[in-house]
Design a protein around this ligand. Sequence first.
Ligand code: ATP
Ligand code: MG
Length: 221
Amino acid sequence: MAARRIGLQGGTFDPVHLGHMKAAAEVRRRFRLDKVLLIPSAVPPHKESGGTAPAEHRLRMVKLACRGRAGLEASSLEIEAGGTSYSVLTLEAVRRRHRGAVLFFLLGIDAFQDIRTWRESRRVLEQCHFVVTSRPGYDLGQARRALGSVSAARFVDLEPGGPAVGRLPRAPAIFLLPIPALNISSTDIRRRARRGGSLAGLVPGPVANYIHRHRLYEGGQ
Ligand code: ATP
Ligand code: MG
């Protein structure tokens, strides 16, 4: 039996939106992943924690967003661990839970650009495949520059909308995957929610209801 393939998508998810869901679904299709874990961070290391919605709300919204979407699953791993979330530790935890699985780390080019600031970034990059997706306003080509001269050979360019990737390289690769751009960000959603604007088409319906019901983002940033 082929090894299970599992994707990890980290983020603040403050709140989760359709850009996240679409990227996760497309990567799942292209790499035939058994599932993608969406893992909200406890205290985001690269963001000011002050204005972030409480972890339980962010996790519950991810759970609502995953409901009815095959192969997408919310994970409380980082929130349960508490403290600052580091990808290097998250990867190790997922590997322990899913022994023998092939792991794929999913992230947008905006997040990948900062990868050298991550704790033990070299080690993280050597531990699993990476799939870097495009994002409006960012150039996917910047991914190579983000790593400098390190591991240029590991980059694999993929065509947008292509077929599933068959054979995987033995060594961990960094796949660059252009995806249909969804110009959505949590920052914009928080801004809209604060003004009482509609979130239709930006977040799944149940997430919009949740934001309104709990009056998230109304007072803050
Ligand atoms: P914020 O505006 O608060 O930074 P965000 O929309 O960027 O929120 P994050 O939680 O920071 O969302 O992102 C988590 C992951 O999802 C990152 O890897 C990011 O690149 C990716 N991502 C976010 N929005 C999109 C989108 N519209 N399309 C594809 N990937 C996205
Ligand atoms: Mg972001």
